[in-house]
Ligand binder design. Structure first.
Ligand code: ZN
Length: 690
């Protein structure tokens, strides 16, 4: 739980208002921006005006002392009066509006500190070492100079405006008007979060692509018992959320963030990973998500990642951390393992002086839309609990009690227990966030088959991140293909490939197989760059796109309307001839026995052939320039692997023999063996063998 670091202004609302409207000759003058050394002693005129006001209300009470109370910008905006034999009253100096009073006791200011600040009932502030603290609660307050001025001006504007409109009326209600301004965005009518019975998320809204990471309920700490952080295990939610967010980014975006010694399965006596299946860098299936592979070490020792993070964010024997402290602590840790250009951290925390506005949900939703989970902080003044969580989705929720439908976020609540892995929180409870964006682009290499699966592992040569869905098209790649398995029943309605290209330029993307496929190219923040449904063969997809070199793209393979399960093949060629449909690819009819063309560097040539009769056919490449050529053969109705050949025809020429079905349009890709160094005259010969 995060300790409240804000002044509670809601108590303004509860103030029993005793409206007075004494327009003394002095009350119209605002002592704005008084210096810190200004006196606390009232002038005689102010005293006599105040006395008149007091005597009209508190008959029988006599005044023992007067002094100024200061607004947060050091302006003497209030008059504090103590009565003989106990009791007091606080007035807004400008209007003599009574802010609060009591017939017994007096306010708990430290009389050894001369200057007394007032921010409404229960908010009695003084300064130590230039920093505000609440003399009643003992809380330290984080208030910037700009925030103090903002608050002071808001209150004064409200007082002046209300006074002007109320002049001439018999009765006025200045306090209520002031309060209306201050609390214009409060959500007091909305249901409170019940932390004993959290609202489960439906997971039917918008979620980040890698939502399963958080549903695996990663191992995380809640307290380090060696030194007290927080109170018991409360007050540590900021570090817990930071641990989760860093763990996520390490798993997907940059494995340099968290070394093995802070991951699970590590043995600190031998300094090796001893339990390989608990560690994301050594487990046999790189996509395996459980509490261990997604988690980071959290035991109560100084070796754990949780200890590292909590000591980066908090000081011993303190409780709670502001978003700024969480952000700074994460920055401190990340700067030890990465360079500053590898990541960007941002934070925001709405101040109380704005009248408790929730953080703009469009900021949060944009991060989630970009695939980035982020730390969200809730505030009790907005109806939530004071708590930091990790948000990874957003969805609406209708309270059973019928209060209406509210927009909210899907979060891992941070507390232990799987039911806390997906909790709904009201967007209006959230007053801030800490976001983390990694700037690393993976460079994947082929590793090998993943045991007990039909998938292949790829690993980033820079950071060591592992995946089963990557395409790094090198400069020399003539064609690459992947088989995507779409299984609606497991909720995996599409397959995303992380794609990079070593060479910029036009690439031809298309799907193959018997399904109504849909293909989408997105940038790394999930913005759609190009998408297609039916421009490929049959109901397959096809598009061209001019890519940038060494930039991350996401290639999404899906079925139309996420309706089918099955295998869809996706292929990419660096074809120099952009076509808008499969039908536009250079077609050789049934009576054609070959073709010739001049190839270009860094490019291939797609050619279609439709046989007039079924039978066995032989395709051979040729080159008048004695170029070493290469050939791929693709049946666009099949999601099986393509056929390919380098030198089967002799003289560095390729040969493929294959059975064809009459009338079907087959795809061949002809190119130099080395498209980066060779170009010139080449072609294809077709012969029906039987
Ligand atoms: Zn990497």
């Amino acid at each position: 739980m995060k300790r409240i670091r804000k002044i509670t202004l809601f108590s303004f609302l509860l103030l029993p208002v005793l409206v007075l409207f004494v327009l003394s000759s002095l009350s119209g003058t605002m002592t704005a921006f008084a210096s810190a050394e200004s006196t606390t002693i009232l002038s005689n005129a102010e005293k006599s005006s105040s006395l008149e006001t007091v005597e009209s209300v508190f008959s029988g009470k006599s005044v023992s002392s007067y002094e100024y109370f200061y607004n947060l910008d050091d302006s003497a905006d209030y008059i504090y009066i103590e009565f003989e034999n106990g009791g007091y009253a606080v007035y807004a100096k400008d209007t003599m509006e009574m802010m609060e009073y009591s017939l017994q006791g007096n306010l708990p200011y430290d009389t050894s500190v001369s200057k007394k600040y007032y921010a409404g009932p229960s908010n009695y502030l003084q300064k130590v070492d230039g920093r505000f603290y609440n003399v009643k609660s003992g809380e330290q307050l984080t208030v910037s100079k700009a925030e103090a001025y903002e608050f002071a001006n808001t209150v004064r504007d409200a007082v002046i405006e209300t006074k002007a409109t109320k002049l001439g009326l018999e009765q006025s209600n200045v306090s209520d008007e002031v309060l209306a301004v201050l609390s214009s965005s409060n959500n007091a009518e909305e249901p409170d979060i019940n932390t004993g019975k959290l609202i489960p998320a439906s997971l039917n809204g918008t979620l980040i692509e890698n939502v399963q990471f958080f549903l695996a309920n990663p191992k995380r700490g809640d307290n380090y018992s060696g030194v007290t952080y927080g109170e018991g295990n409360s007050g540590t939610c900021g570090p817990v959320a930071a641990q989760l967010l860093l763990g996520y980014n390490n798993f997907y975006n940059d494995r340099r963030i968290i070394p093995n010694k802070y991951l699970n399965g590590y043995d600190h006596t031998t300094n090796t990973v001893s339990d390989r299946e608990k560690n994301p860098n050594t487990c046999s299936d790189p996509m395996h998500l459980d509490e261990w592979t997604t988690g980071t070490s959290s035991e109560n020792t100084k070796e754990s990642f949780y200890y590292k993070i909590i000591t980066s964010i908090m000081k011993p024997n303190t409780s709670g951390a502001s978003n700024k402290e969480v952000k700074n602590g994460m920055d401190k840790y990340l700067s030890e393992v990465l360079s500053s250009s590898d990541y960007s951290l941002k934070y925001e925390e709405k101040g109380w002086f704005f009248g408790y506005k929730p953080i703009n949900s469009s900021i949060i939703k944009a991060e989630i839309d970009a695939g980035r989970p982020l730390i969200l902080s809730m505030d009790s003044n907005l109806g939530g609990s004071n708590h930091d969580v990790v948000g990874y989705g957003y969805e609406d929720y209708a309270y059973a009690t019928g209060e209406g439908t509210y927009s909210g976020y899907v979060v891992n609540f941070g507390w232990q227990g799987t039911s806390r892995a997906s909790v709904w929180i009201n967007a209006n409870w959230c007053d801030g966030y800490v976001s983390l964006k990694m700037n690393h682009t993976h460079s994947y290499n082929y590793v090998g088959a993943i045991p007990n699966s039909d998938r292949t592992e790829y690993k980033c040569s820079t950071c060591g991140q592992r995946t089963d869905a990557a395409i790094r098209m090198s400069a020399s790649d003539r064609y690459v293909e992947r088989m995507a398995t779409i299984t609606q029943s497991t909720g995996k309605t599409h397959q995303d490939y992380y794609v990079t290209f070593n060479t910029a330029g036009n690439k031809l993307f298309q799907t193959f197989g018997g399904y109504d496929a849909k293909l989408t190219l997105l940038d790394a923040e999930y913005n759609v760059l190009v998408e297609n449904d039916d421009s490929g063969h049959g109901l397959n997809s096809l598009f061209n796109y001019t890519v940038e070199a060494n930039k991350a793209y996401i290639l999404r393979v899906a079925t139309y309307r996420d309706q089918y399960s099955g295998k869809i093949k996706v292929g990419i060629t660096p074809d120099s001839h952009a076509v808008s449909e499969f039908e536009d690819i250079w077609l050789l009819g049934s009576n054609i026995i070959g073709c010739s063309f001049t190839s270009e560097l860094n490019a291939t040539r797609a050619i279609c052939y439709t046989p007039g009769a079924s039978g066995t056919y032989k395709f051979t490449t040729k080159s008048a320039d004695d170029i070493d050529t290469y050939l791929y053969f693709i049946d666009p109705t099949s999601a099986d692997a393509c056929l390919y050949n380098d030198d089967g025809a002799g003289n560095l020429q390729a040969k493929i023999e294959v059975d064809l079905v009459a009338g079907r349009k087959y795809l061949l890709i002809v190119s130099a063996y080395s498209i980066t160094t060779k170009s010139g005259s080449m072609g294809l010969s077709i012969e029906k063998l039987s």
